[in-house]
Design a protein around this ligand. Structure first.
Ligand code: PAF
Length: 291
C-alpha cells in the first residue's frame, strides 16, 4: 500500500515525540492512510519483559506501526512511594526501541500530560480497591487515567500489557470494555530470570543478598500450582509455607481468585496472586492455576 508519509514519521526509523499533540497528529494521519497501530505503554527502565511486549506488538496481526510510550506517571504513585527514585534511563530505553524496530515513541513531560487544572480522572470499579488497590489506594485510578489518555493520544488498534501486573491488565481490559474504547487489550506472559524472579523495573532496587529472597515469590506460586488438584485451600497452604520460610519477606497478600479476579473460586481456571515487601522494595507476582 502506498501511504503519504506524515510529518514526524519516517518509515523504518525511530522518531521520538515529546509533544502528545504532535504524536496524535501523526498517528491520526497513519490511521487515515489505513495503517493499523499496535501500542505498548511503559514507564521506561525497559527490560526483557518490555522487549517481549514490543515483539508482540510488532507481530500483531495486520499492525504496521508500533508505538511505545515512556512516561513515569505521578498519578499512580502515592506520597512516600518511589516516584522520585524510579529509574529513568531514557537513552538505553530508546536504544531497545530502535533494536526492536519501534517507529514512534512518546516521551511526554508531566506538564504535557497533566496541564495546570487537569483534574478529571477515571474511577475504577470495586476491583480497583482490592489486592494492590487495598495496599496502594488511588493507584489504579492513576493507572487507568493515564492509560485512557494514552489510548486517546495514540489511537491503537491493539495494546499489549504484561501479565506480571495481572490486576492492571484485568482493569485495563475492563475499562476498554466499559468505556467503549475501540481496541483489543492483550495480555503477554511474564518474562522471568533463570531463578524464576519476574522481571520488573523495580528489581533494580534489590541488593545481591535480596535477589534469592525475592525469588521465593515464584517458588511459592509454583508450590501452590503443584497441589492444585487438591483444591483451593491446599494451594494457599502450600504457597504460604514457602513464603513463611523466608522471614525477610513481609507478605501483603496471597490470594486465589478467578481469572477476572472475583473471589471465592472453587474450581476451574484460577489466578494465584502474591505481593510482599522486601526491605523497601515491593514485589508482586501471579500465576495461572487449574483447580
Ligand atoms: O505497567 C506500567 O508500566 C504502568 O502502570 C503503565 C501501564 C505504563 C501506566 O503508567
Amino acid at each position: 500500500m502506498t501511504t503519504k508519509k506524515p510529518r514526524g514519521f519516517t518509515p523504518g526509523q525511530l522518531t521520538v515525540h515529546a509533544d502528545p499533540g504532535e504524536l496524535r497528529a501523526v498517528t491520526r494521519t497513519l490511521r487515515v492512510a489505513g495503517r493499523r497501530i499496535a501500542f505498548v505503554a511503559t514507564m521506561g527502565a525497559l527490560h526483557e519483559g518490555h522487549r517481549e511486549l514490543i515483539r508482540h506488538a510488532r507481530l500483531a496481526k495486520g499492525a504496521s506501526v508500533t508505538v511505545v510510550s515512556i512516561f513515569v506517571n505521578p498519578l499512580q504513585f502515592a506520597p512516600g512511594e518511589d516516584l522520585q527514585r524510579y529509574p529513568r534511563p531514557l537513552e538505553a530505553d530508546l536504544e531497545m526501541c530502535r533494536e526492536e524496530g519501534v517507529e514512534l515513541v512518546l516521551t511526554p513531560g508531566v506538564e504535557d500530560m497533566y496541564p495546570e487544572g487537569a483534574d478529571t480522572t477515571v474511577v475504577p470499579g470495586p476491583l480497583g480497591s482490592e489486592l494492590e488497590g487495598a495496599v496502594r489506594p488511588g493507584h489504579f485510578a492513576g493507572v487507568l487515567t493515564v492509560v485512557a489518555k494514552l489510548f486517546h493520544l495514540v489511537g491503537p488498534d491493539v495494546a499489549y500489557f504484561g501479565e506480571k501486573d495481572y490486576q492492571q491488565l484485568v482493569l485495563v481490559k475492563k475499562m476498554a470494555r466499559d468505556l467503549d474504547f475501540p481496541l483489543d487489550v492483550v495480555g503477554v506472559p511474564t518474562v522471568r530470570e533463570p531463578d524464576g524472579l519476574a522481571l520488573s523495573s523495580r528489581n533494580a532496587y534489590l541488593s545481591e543478598a535480596d535477589r534469592p529472597r525475592a525469588a521465593a515469590l515464584q517458588r511459592a506460586l509454583r508450590a501452590g500450582a503443584s497441589v492444585s488438584a487438591r483444591g483451593p485451600q491446599a494451594v494457599l497452604d502450600a504457597a504460604r509455607e514457602v513464603l513463611d520460610a523466608e522471614p525477610a519477606l513481609d507478605v501483603d497478600y496471597l490470594e486465589l481468585r478467578d481469572p477476572d479476579l472475583r473471589p471465592d473460586v472453587q474450581q476451574g481456571k484460577a489466578r494465584l496472586l502474591v505481593a510482599a515487601r522486601l526491605g523497601t522494595t515491593r514485589l508482586i507476582d501471579n500465576t495461572t492455576i487449574q483447580l
